[in-house]
Design a protein. Structure first.
Length: 398
């Protein structure tokens, strides 16, 4: 199995479930789907409710287990590196004098990341309720472990000062377009409703809300939901934590210290939203939750999300139906289809094919351009990936 992710250091993406919402304890928008996220819709319909609940619980416990396995999984990498040193001849050992002390720095970075993970898992009673099996930690799949790593890198993108440039290029562009199409003044604060599906760790919906729009995120990955919940509901001070997003990356390093580079989170306090801010997040599959909705939203914002679809036409239809007449769809992202090469439905349309679909649904394109952005980019690495994304702003007919 091979799920694509935008995260340049991982070949895997995210799947699975929410929590966020209002400031000072952002409410979860409870949906029926909350407990039934995996397996996906088609398969789920064939299951009884109990079987589906059990399946979901198992899935949830797997994610918790993967988080908790992070330390052992990472320390195994250190052990491997240590073995590489031990088999060297003495004259070669002398040529890398700091090798062993760097392994200690690596271990420290892993331990610090793990302490952070422990906080994520440990502080939320909602998640604890579900989690009886936390005591026995089992080896998790490489697939899930990649996701733990990419969630840590996602923290860098969304909530660290280091991610500011990357956020400006993507979230900034979307926020500017939002301000252009729905300008705010003293009288219309928190009247427009914006939906942001595939909201990751919640920064984009947070920023949208901060501007004065009602905003709802939507996310289905437990990896994201657990970490997003912590960031939005639990963090109390700027730079409260230091995480080490690159500590397991040993390739493409100019300097050894780059591997142990820490980034502080958060760069802004989620609790800084005004009291009247309307901020929430739904947990579950976008199509399942919003498919039944009609004419609810003034704007739907999709950022690095469309290519997460099994069937992108279904995403586009859902967006169309959920938008109010004359509503706006703002999109930014590449087409790195997440389910490509997987044993799942994966309709991999090119942008011109997608455009035909969107036009056929009646949308009018007002802005359409290519934009260069990065995704969880490691700035000090010898390898950087750039996306030539498509950015569009299109209107649903009145
Ligand atoms: C590539 S990330 C983008 C996150 C954020 N928008 C950003 O730009 O940083 C895509 C997100 O969409 C979520 N996702 C994928 N398919 C989804 C679905 N069907 N319903 C809800 N969320 C989904 C993934 O879990 C992931 O967090």
């Amino acid at each position: 199995m091979h799920q694509h992710s935008h995260d340049e250091n991982s070949h895997h993406g995210h799947d699975e479930k929410s929590h966020y919402g209002h400031h000072h304890n952002v409410s979860v928008v409870q949906n029926e789907q909350y407990n039934t996220l995996k397996p996906r819709k088609q398969k789920r319909q064939e299951m009884s409710e109990t079987a589906s609940r059990e399946e979901d619980e198992k899935h949830f416990n797997n994610i918790i287990n993967a988080y908790l396995y992070y330390q052992r999984w990472s320390m195994n990498k250190v052990s491997k590196a240590e073995k590489q040193y031990n088999i060297l001849e003495d004259d070669h050992k002398k040529l890398v004098p700091n090798y062993l002390s760097n392994l200690e720095k690596w271990k420290q970075a892993i331990t610090d990341n793990y302490n952070f993970i422990d906080l994520l898992i440990g502080t939320d009673l909602l998640f604890h309720e579900n989690n009886d099996s936390a005591t026995a930690i089992n080896p998790a799949s490489e697939f899930d472990m990649e996701k733990v790593g990419s969630t840590i890198r996602q923290l860098m993108r969304e909530w660290s000062p280091e991610g500011a440039k990357e956020r400006e290029a993507s979230f900034g562009l979307i926020l500017n377009e939002l301000a252009r199409v729905l300008p705010l003044n003293e009288t219309n604060q928190y009247t427009y409703r914006v939906l942001c599906p595939g909201s990751g760790l919640g920064r984009l919906p947070f920023e949208i809300c901060k501007q004065g729009y009602c905003c709802q995120g939507n996310e289905w990955s437990y990896f994201m939901l657990i970490t997003g919940n912590y960031m939005l509901n639990k963090v109390r001070t700027i730079a409260q934590h230091t995480i080490y997003p690159y500590c397991n990356q040993t390739s493409n390093l100019f300097k050894k210290e780059d591997q142990f580079r820490g980034v502080t989170i958060p760069d802004v306090l989620p609790s800084s939203l005004p009291l009247n801010a309307d901020f929430s997040c739904s947990a579950g599959d976008f199509v399942e939750i919003y498919g039944p909705q009609t004419e609810e939203w003034d704007v739907i914002v999709t950022c690095f999300f469309l290519d997460c679809a099994n069937n992108i036409i279904e995403f586009a239809e859902t967006i169309k139906n959920a938008l109010k007449p004359g509503g706006r769809w703002i999109n930014l992202g590449p087409l790195l289809y997440h389910f490509a090469d997987m044993d799942e439905q994966s309709l991999e349309l090119s942008y011109d094919e997608i455009k035909h679909v969107v036009l056929s649904l009646g949308f009018t394109f007002e802005i359409e351009k290519q934009v260069t952005t990065t995704y969880t980019n490691n700035q000090t690495s010898m390898m950087n990936t750039q996306y030539n994304c498509v950015f569009f702003s299109a209107t649903k007919p009145k």
